[in-house]
Ligand binder design. Structure first.
Ligand code: GDP
Ligand code: MG
Length: 728
């Protein structure tokens, strides 16, 4: 073990500035992953400073150490089991009273040495708050240091203090803990006496703390004690606990955990009286004033809709420019490869497999960057919490609260980050429910499919039809939400206080980091999956190679070449370009026919014939079926696969429209296919994310099955219903 190694954990309320301070300390030397077994993000960084090897851990943001949420359990278990040398509690000085709830609990834990950072001290000062840091330090017997995280003020000193504390040989101090009323203290010491003999060595628990937790019936502690205590001691302890809980219950006419919580708040109120004062000429809280407008009952909602509209507007209009550049870049690269390589399978793989697939994803990068920038802006200014607040009532229709709205909103952009965003929900059930209904929010990759189908079959009414599709997705999400809430995921939504953190002017750097963090994940996931998927689809449509065609295509092409060579020789100079164009068009036609035959005979074609009966009742032919199947890789691929199967080159082009009209598809069938695309299994990247975020293959399969079943039934009902009432 390295003599100079020190582990420092950062704890604190959400938004207290942990990550900011973590970034200040570790810079870029970070490792981001998940805590083992759960989907709570773990950030770890290592630096060498002041002659020590420091390992810094950014613990999940929590308000207390009760095991009510995964975050709380993760943070608490980490402190108990890993016993970091120092825990720095990042206190939000502008919210001192609330922060102290966690601070006192950390102090009670009694294992690690604790240090308080009074962060956001600039905000506190601006609001006219005065905090007596020395007094606070004295009362809780913990060193206290003021910081301004976003300006990197005091962070270096904080770190130095933490190191001093870590290397000093004073044990974590044992007195001046929260003191409870006499009855409770008596109960605590009774249990403590029973526990102490068994808790000397390997146990992670401080006996007093464990006793308090037993009185509170803390499920994690109760579950783990059997591994620490011998059976007879355990039995004695548990029966003692039960009788003590009963006594307290009778005396206070309240669950002991509630009494203990009340007493902690009482203790905190006492501390507040001693250390906190606010100047009489306190500046009017600007946040509250802004909130008067933005969360106003009447104008709050229109403003919110406007912001969302502006976000999508910005995403698509501003994003269109770089999208064009990337498109022409990809096109140029394809042309270059076409020119550089001789005709071969490898060239075909590069152009029609890899470049077509990956290229179709890369073009969405600008949109995604802009979308995530806007979302980071909403988050960092504090507006996102107001959105959640505004949507709360509506979301209750589904049995969810406003916070679930954020993932669903992001779903319109891309389901991958949307499913990830569900992490912010406290309750496991809420999180699951949100993840299950988010895929019904029509993601941006499905839009090209609607544009092609609605544009072809509905002409001027295309816009309305697409709007109806989006609306249908929302309705299905609401209905599914209600359904799950009353069956699989029964239970009331977890009670929770809607946080309204103060508005802040965002820092560009932090906006960019947030934006890039998310986009990077997107690129990595989509990039890998898309690459593999594109190659598979390409291979399925390229093999087996057709060797005997029904027509002699090469001969037909040679014939065209010869015919035009003759015509060109005879024509006038000014007619040459027109002839040249005519020639290449006719050649293309033959090539397309040849490619179509190849595809129809390929594995893909065979699969298409195999699955045709599944899609026939929905009015979708085998080509549509194969395209939908390919869409599992990414929804963009639906359009390009249709292009391949109808043997046209550019996707979304006039040629595809003509081919679709000729294929015998009716408007009703097109509508049915759009519904299917809207509702059926999300893309493979989303499915993988669902697996990761729910940590359960079962729920992943459920999501896949449910969405696809709903899609089939809805398309079936619409298609056959439409035919019954005489729509074609
Ligand atoms: P976490 O949830 O605890 O990780 O909080 P973050 O580190 O993400 O910080 C939340 C927001 O507070 C960010 O926008 C920071 O830039 C901002 N912030 C952090 N520390 C301070 C501070 O001392 N003063 C002010 N005014 N803002 C801060
Ligand atoms: Mg954070």
């Amino acid at each position: 073990m390295n003599q100079n190694a020190i582990t420092i954990a950062l704890a604190g309320n959400p938004n207290a500035g942990k990550t900011t301070i973590f970034n200040n300390i570790t810079g870029t030397r970070q490792k981001v992953g998940n805590w083992p077994g759960v989907t709570v993000e773990k950030k770890e960084g290592r630096v060498h400073k002041f002659g020590y090897d420091l390992k810094i851990i950014d613990l999940p943001g929590i308000y207390s150490l009760t095991p009510f949420s995964i975050e709380e359990i993760v943070a608490r278990d980490y402190i108990l089991d890993q016993c970091p040398d120092v825990v720095i509690d990042i206190i939000d000085a502008s919210n001192l009273e609330r922060s102290l709830y966690l601070a006192t609990q950390l102090r009670e834990l009694g294992r690690s040495k604790v240090l308080f950072a009074l962060n956001m001290s600039d905000v506190a000062t601006a609001r006219g708050y005065k905090i007596d840091a020395d007094k606070l330090s004295e009362l809780l017997d913990v060193p206290v240091h003021a910081t301004v995280g976003n300006k990197n003020q005091g962070v270096e000193d904080l770190l130095q203090k933490a190191i001093e504390l870590a290397v000093s040989d004073t044990a974590p101090s044992r007195h001046r803990k929260v003191r409870y009323s006499n009855d409770i203290e008596a109960a605590i010491s009774e249990l403590e006496t029973l526990l102490t003999p068994h808790m000397e060595h390997e146990s992670p628990y401080d006996p007093r703390w464990a006793s308090v937790k037993l009185l509170e019936n803390d499920k994690v502690v109760v579950d783990r004690l059997p591994t620490v205590l011998p059976t007879d001691a355990l039995d004695a302890l548990m029966s003692k606990t039960a009788s003590q809980r009963q006594t307290l219950q009778a005396r206070y006419d309240e669950d002991p955990e509630i009494v203990l919580t009340d007493e902690r708040y009482g203790f905190i109120a006492g501390i507040m009286k001693e250390v906190f004062s606010t100047s009489s000429r306190r500046r009017i809280d600007t946040s509250r004033n802004i909130d008067r407008v933005l969360t106003n009952r009447f104008i709050g909602f229109p403003i919110f809709i406007f912001f969302i509209w502006a976000m999508f507007q910005l995403t698509f209009t501003l994003g269109a420019y770089p999208m064009d550049w990337i498109e022409s870049g990809v096109g140029g690269l394809a042309a270059l490869i076409d020119y550089a390589l001789p005709d071969s399978l490898v060239k075909d793989l590069f152009i029609n497999g890899i470049l077509a697939g990956v290229g179709s994803v890369i073009v969405f990068l600008p949109n995604i960057l802009i979308l995530f920038f806007c979302i980071a802006l909403f988050e960092d200014t504090g507006y996102m919490s107001r959105c959640a607040f505004l949507m709360d009532k509506i979301m209750h229709l589904i049995g969810l609260h406003g916070k679930s709205f954020i993932p669903m909103l992001m779903g319109f952009g891309c389901n991958v980050p949307a499913v990830m965003a569900a992490r912010t929900l406290e309750s496991e059930k809420d999180r699951l429910l949100t993840i299950l209904i988010t895929p019904f929010m029509s993601c941006s990759a499905k839009l090209p499919v609607y544009i092609v189908l609605a544009g072809t079959f509905f002409g001027a009414r295309a816009g309305t039809v697409i709007f109806a599709i989006y609306l249908l997705g929302i309705v299905i999400a609401i209905v599914s939400g209600r359904l799950f809430r009353t069956t699989l995921l029964r239970g009331a939504d977890a009670p929770f206080v809607m946080e309204l953190p103060p508005y802040r002017v965002p820092m560009l750097k932090s906006l960019l980091i947030h934006m890039w963090d998310r986009s990077k994940m997107f690129l990595k996931k989509m990039g890998g999956v898309i690459l593999v998927g594109s190659i598979i689809i390409w291979a399925l449509s390229a093999f087996p190679r057709t060797t005997t065609f029904t027509h002699d295509y090469p001969a037909a092409m040679a014939h065209i070449e010869a015919a035009y060579a003759e015509k060109t020789a005879r024509a006038d100079a000014e007619d040459q370009p027109a002839l040249e164009k005519e020639k290449s068009e006719r050649l293309l036609e033959v090539q397309r026919a040849m490619r179509a035959e190849q595809t129809a005979n390929s594995f893909m074609g065979q699969i298409g014939q195999g699955i045709a009966p599944v899609f026939a009742p929905l009015g979708i032919d085998w080509r549509g079926g194969v395209s939908l199947l390919a869409g599992f890789v990414a929804k963009e691929i639906v359009v390009s696969t249709m292009g391949v199967l109808h043997a046209v080159d550019e996707e979304g082009s006039e040629a595809l429209r003509e081919a679709l009209l000729k294929s015998g598809m009716t408007p009703l069938a097109a509508f049915s296919m759009m519904i299917f695309v809207l509702l059926y299994v999300p893309c493979i990247a989303t499915v993988a994310t669902i697996r990761k975020e729910t940590n359960s293959t079962k729920w992943m399969l459920f999501s896949v099955g449910y969405t696809t079943a709903v899609a089939w039934v809805m398309a079936f009902v619409v298609y056959n219903g439409g035919r019954l009432i005489g729509l074609a």
